[in-house]
Design a protein around this ligand. Structure first.
Ligand code: SIN
Length: 271
């Protein structure tokens, strides 16, 4: 028995969990939170107001912290990345559909975003269920994709226009993942290619890959597979990068937005 109250955000992903302050949660409540994450892909927790230390403790419940090598760390808290939009910026970090850290051989399991300063309007985050999208593929396309792997690269960060200044040493070799993965815990099948980091199918040229990849990006982000998170002060969101892609909306120019993000280590992915 736990004190969580769970309300779904949409038919295919997202749930809002209330009733427990995570910093004071019992083991059973943290386990239920983890189960909800695997069921809904993203969980949204209002009124948490986590301190950096509480944020770090929560992340460690899910696994070791995977420090992002491109983002600016929060002062005095190198394990936490800053996702900051200045008032004069029109582009934002994460402003296109993507999966965090897919360029790594063992991509991040989950990301935990803690709202520090939100704009007076806008700045919502959209999520799309990659398992619902996978289930909706035709049998023929699914069969084709089951035989494919794709390369993912961190090269996007080399020309970033959103305040990410990566040193040359931060970049690593591309990583290869199956196009359709199995969730490492539940076994759910999900599409695992994204427009920010996937470069091409293994054995295909980028030019040959582009038409099918473009089709997949359009297919998997159809509104029916998504939910929309409207941020509140003190809110925390946790998403499973193997189950959802996300998109940060850049519609609040003239205002500041600051989030703290921790990513948790994942495992190599299999099909
Ligand atoms: C991200 O892409 O991790 C940031 C999402 C957001 O700021 O809403």
């Amino acid at each position: 028995m736990t004190d969580w109250h769970i309300k779904r955000l949409s038919g295919h992903c997202g749930a809002r969990l209330t009733g427990v302050r995570i910093a004071e949660a019992r083991e059973a409540e943290l386990d239920a939170l983890r189960a909800a994450l695997f069921e809904y892909g993203v969980v949204v927790l209002p009124d948490q107001n986590l301190t950096p230390d509480e944020h770090i403790r929560l992340a460690k419940h899910f696994g070791p912290i995977d420090i992002n090598r491109f983002f600016t760390p929060v002062p005095d808290h190198p394990m936490i990345a800053e996702v900051r939009t200045r008032a004069d910026q029109s582009r934002v970090i994460g402003g296109t559909w993507h999966t965090d850290h897919s360029y790594d051989p063992a991509p991040a399991m989950c990301s935990i975003l803690s709202a520090q300063q939100i704009p007076p309007y806008g700045g919502d985050t959209h999520f799309a269920s990659m398992s619902a999208a996978c289930a909706a593929l035709s049998g023929g396309l699914r069969k084709t994709l089951e035989g494919l792997s794709a390369w993912h690269s961190d090269s996007t960060f080399a020309n970033s226009k959103v305040g990410i200044k990566a040193s040359k040493e931060a970049h690593r070799d591309p990583a290869l993942h199956p196009v359709l993965i199995r969730h490492p815990v539940t076994g759910a099948q999900a599409v695992y290619v994204n427009g920010d980091f996937t470069t091409h199918f293994d054995g295909w040229t980028p030019e040959e890959s582009a038409p099918l990849l473009d089709y997949l990006y359009r297919f998997v982000t159809q509104p029916i597979f998504t939910c929309r998170l409207v941020w509140e002060e003190g809110m925390v969101a946790i998403w499973d990068n193997r189950l959802v892609q996300h998109y940060a909306t850049a519609d609040y120019q003239g205002h500041t937005r600051l989030m703290h993000r921790i990513t948790v280590q994942g495992v190599p992915l299999t099909g």
